[in-house]
Design a protein around this ligand. Structure first.
Ligand SMILES: [Zn+2]
Length: 89
């Protein structure tokens, strides 16, 4: 027997709820901005909180900015925005 499932959560950037494969979606720690601020200030960063997902529309915008800054775009894993096969772990 086969199954499929997906997770739904608000995007880390736009806060819109979307569906995704929880094992493949790109994500960042919930406190990523705070960690970046503290590192920029030269301080000791806190432990990262659990990761939050990034929706496809925001990933496109992030990649546009990354390429403008000379960084490689982030390539999501195949199936990141599709239901996962099988059953939740
Ligand atoms: Zn988003």
């Amino acid at each position: 027997m086969t199954g499929a499932y997906f997770a739904a959560a608000p995007c880390a950037f736009c806060n819109i709820v979307f569906g995704f494969n929880p094992e493949r979606v790109p994500s960042i720690p919930l406190n990523a901005w705070r960690i970046a601020e503290i590192i920029t200030e030269g301080g000791e960063p806190p432990e990262p909180l659990p990761n939050v997902p990034i929706c496809f529309d925001c990933l496109v915008k992030i990649n546009r900015l990354r390429m403008e800054e000379g960084f490689d775009p982030i390539t999501p894993l195949e199936g990141a925005y599709e239901p996962a096969e099988g059953f939740p772990p």
